[in-house]
Design a protein around this ligand. Sequence first.
Ligand code: ARG
Ligand code: ASP
Length: 716
Amino acid sequence: MKFLRLLLLFVFVQVSAQQGGMWIPSMLKGMNENEMKTLGMKITAEQIYSINKSNLKDAVPQFDGGCTAEVISDKGLILTNHHCGFDAIQNHSSVDHDYLTNGFWAYKMEDELPNKGMVVTFIIRIEDVTPKVLEGVSALPNEADKQKKIQENISTLNKTLPKEAWQENSIRTFYDGNQYILFVTETYKDIRLVGAPPSSIGKFGSDTDNWVWPRHTGDFSMFRIYADKNNRPAEYSTENVPYKPKYSLPISIKGVKENDFTMVMGYPGRTQEYLPSAAVDQIVNTLNPAKIAIRDAALKVQDGFMRKDNAIKIQYASKYAGVANYWKKWMGETKGLKKSNAVAMKQKFEKNFQEKVIKAGKQAEYGNLLADFDKNYTNIKDYALARDIFTEIALRNTEILTLGYKLYQLEQLYNNKGEQAFNDRRNNLINGLGDFYKDFNPNVDQKVFEQLMAFYSSNYPKQFLPAAYENLNAVSLANTVFTQSQLVSYDKIKVLLSGDSKTVLENINKDKGFEVIKTMADNYLKNVAPKYDEINLKNIATQRTYMKAILELSPKSARIFPDANSTLRVTYGKVKGYKPNDGVTYEPFTYLDGVIEKYVPGDYEFDVPKKLIDLYNAKDYGRYGASNGKMPLAFIATNHTTGGNSGSPAMDANGNLIGLNFDRVWEGTMSDIYYSPDICRNIMVDIRYVLFIVDKYAGAENLIKEMKIISPKMKK
Ligand code: ARG
Ligand code: ASP
């Protein structure tokens, strides 16, 4: 009887340990640590983050601004995703040295390839500085003054708070401006490419499989951090030496089971979990559909060219992947938000919120927030739509317009700052444009231009549409622009940009391509942006107060995590399958068998390298195969992740590396706005597959030797 009660209690605790949320590593003690232990974690919060001893956070830097990496050897070897290293791999590639297609492996340190501009940033210390940031703020009369004072305090504190000369202070805002946290960081600048599998492994399934489970992508690449003789950050130099980390992650190849505890540490970029229903409704029904349609058109054009021409494929691979990624994500997100009735769920939450406000007698302070949201989201709708259409068409997907916008800014700069500023910017521009034209194909862009200008003409809100683009013949405009504009080639634009400012400005204003972007940009900046900014500022202020109210009116035990903001976070959960639809169940694991099932010889997404097929046929998996005789490939869990978590380490209950995060499942991509533990899953490549590729496929034993690998039979 007593045993039964204990068992019941145990089961209850197991089930009630909640999941979801991205937590600040320095604040895990208490609720999070308890939950994590209930879920199976065997280490302590101190071992994840502390300022005194080396710990997990010392092995998890941000990778090149947008991704995460982890240190896996005491010689500064780091692991991240293939898609995070993709630009670097592409930059080192040419038709002759095609590392994208064939992979790249440095079998000696001398062969590692430097990457200009690439950085890796470690967190040294995290500290709540809210009182310091808010000093002298509450006394100020209005919102604008308060914000100004906050910004002043932040910039003073960044300069004055203690740090070493080679470190940076960076104060970031949490909970929409209700908390401020200081991060002391160290940024390493000499990062070299060590290894990447061929795209047919690292990007297997490409865009067809992107955001989808079951998955078979070996999405990893390896780099090495180099430091100066004192182990400090330094610009690239042949004198630099491999970085000696404070901590590097041991790697467990013991294998993963369903319901095992996992946690993921990394730098999630942006979530919007506390948006009101009015905002979610707008995303689902207005903004996402427009952005999806624009990218859909651009991608179809590029895909057509890439399939026919290998040189274009290399030129556009990285750009295409970037655009396709969020195109597809928005589709999954829209579907998921609809299916989970996110708008209705939010409305229910809001009703409840309103009741709490009344109960607490806080109507004066918080009673109008939801009505304000409703009003402002209604008012902002057309402006927000125009903004998204302009941004997607002119600043993101039509290359000639994106380039033209740089000239537009050059003209503005001249108008505001004069000759000297103009000259500096112009020279910078010319130098930087070489990279742009290397990957630019005017035939591709002309077709994109045609499609997107037609979209602009029929979908940009009528009240803002420039007269010149009403009933537009986009084909003929495209023709004129691409035959007459000087923006289509490096040689021509260099001529266009030469001479004194007066000549240049006169000439660019005669250019047909420039004329288009100038019309669009003038229109946007005069008719849309000011009003958008005005209403958006109101929404930001309302959101801050709303967040404050949510924090204040929720019980102490409530799990309210701050939205992602590209700072280091911990999320945890369990390895788990899911049921996306009636009658369908997904298992949490995939194997190399699935690669062979999906194999389409010669296909640009589903080709498989011969050597991998041979290893599969021979079942030559070395010590990395699973106990069922198969080669594990990927797995999913309930960790709450988002863009920026790519490359994040997935760790077991002991903090050993077991996988590499790289994606989420289609049905759960809505987790940026609404997380549901039923269907939101992150996707990780099993570390055993990574090591199998490095060791058995590439024969890079030099790298395996650097790592600390925990095998099933070894005692830890
Ligand atoms: N969806 C993943 C993330 O958001 C992977 C993207 C890279 N892969 C691709 N096929 N575009 O970054
Ligand atoms: N693939 C994403 C990344 O690059 C991760 C995600 O959005 O789940 O960060």
